[in-house]
Design a protein around this ligand. Structure first.
Ligand SMILES: CSC[C@H]1O[C@H](OP(=O)(O)O)[C@H](O)[C@@H]1O
Length: 352
């Protein structure tokens, strides 16, 4: 099994984060010791990707609450509630953040009356469980995607949904990385993904390290490659899937989905059940993060937009479920996802 980079790692006295803002030039790590430091790391995309954000937030609760171990139970509980609320304000779109924090809240409620040290231990066990669950989910997603890729050679992906956005294999990249380990080689075209270049900086870095044939393209090239017959399949990740199957993902994903539909190319969304938000009816209700104009304006080390010109920088867009060939999860493949198909994933059981 290829050695893989661990984006979020519990180190008992701190949480170690791969600083994804420094890639690909530098592989450096942050040592997170407080909720504020974790909030900032999530906000600045040092740690990013829906599952990785959820895992980081869960460990962020754990590392913060160690600081309150010796306080009174009342002070501890108050700090725990505040920490969970606070970390939930770091970014609005990836539902894994809220899913993981809800899990931590449930642990807190189940530990009513217990000693602070016992609550800390239960919180850490839950955070580790979330990490292991997401790792298992990524492998299962990869296996399910590989069944759809029989005979396929070239894959286009957008943004980064690899191991550093999740655990180990990633979601959209999991069939590529799993396939590589099994002698199944794909050619990958990675959209650079303006403005923060997660495709050029992160997907290309991950796939190159794994020995995968990866080519970075600019975000305006996908249509031409599809027209030339160079793309067999599109696979992307997701940050929040609504109850009807509409999927929020990095800005530009919707455009790729429209192009894929026009060219008759399968468009797969890959994600764990923890990224499904059944309380959000459709994509219209998914909160879309709007980020600072500076990410667009100063993207190349110099100003590229005249002073005073407006800049709009939504970090995500929503692909209507009608444009999704299949939503691939650890519990199975939902062809032409809709409300019924999404609900069937949970038939008789909630996401663990
Ligand atoms: C496996 S989730 C990956 C998902 O998250 C990315 O967003 P960001 O880099 O802003 O955290 C992007 O939408 C990816 O598809």
């Amino acid at each position: 099994m290829n050695s893989y980079i661990v984006p979020v790692e519990w180190k008992d006295t701190y949480v170690r984060l791969l600083d994804q803002t420094a890639l690909p030039e530098r592989e450096t790590y942050l040592e997170i010791r407080t909720a504020e430091e974790m909030w900032d790391a999530i906000k600045r995309l040092c740690v990013r990707g829906a599952p990785a954000i959820g895992i980081a937030a869960a460990y962020g609760v754990c590392i913060e609450m160690k600081r309150y171990m010796d306080r009174t139970e009342k002070e501890y509980r108050a700090a725990l509630e505040k920490t969970i609320r606070y970390l939930g304000t770091s970014r609005p779109t990836a539902v894994n953040l809220f899913w993981a924090l809800e899990k931590m809240k449930q642990v807190s409620e189940a530990c009513e009356g217990k000693r602070n040290a016992d609550v800390c231990a239960a919180l850490l066990a839950e955070a580790r469980s979330i990490e292991k669950r997401e790792e298992r989910a990524c492998i299962a997603i990869g296996e399910n995607l590989l069944t759809l890729l029989q005979g396929k050679k070239t894959i286009l992906t957008h943004c980064n949904a690899g191991g550093i956005a999740t655990v180990r294999y990633g979601t959209a990249l999991s069939p590529i990385l799993l396939g590589k380990e099994r002698g199944i080689d794909f050619k990958v075209y990675a959209d650079e993904t303006r403005p923060l270049l997660q495709g050029a900086r992160l997907t290309a870095w991950e796939l190159q390290k794994a020995g995968v044939d990866v080519t970075v393209i600019t975000d305006n090239m996908a249509g031409m490659l599809m027209a030339q017959g160079k793309i067999d399949t599109v696979i992307v990740g997701c940050d929040r899937v609504a109850a009807n199957g509409d999927a929020a993902n990095k800005i530009g994903t919707y455009s790729v989905a429209v192009l894929a539909r026009y060219h008759g190319i399968p468009f797969y969304v890959a994600g764990p059940l923890s990224t499904i938000d059944r309380r959000t009816p459709t994509g219209r209700e998914i909160p879309i993060e709007e980020r600072a104009p500076g990410e667009v304006v100063n993207g190349f080390g110099r100003r590229t937009v005249p002073e005073g010109v407006n800049v709009y920088n939504p970090a995500f867009d929503v692909t209507p479920h009608e444009l999704i060939t299949a939503f691939v999860t650890e519990r199975g493949i939902v062809e032409r996802p809709d409300e019924e198909g999404i609900a069937a994933l949970f038939a008789g059981r909630e996401a663990e």
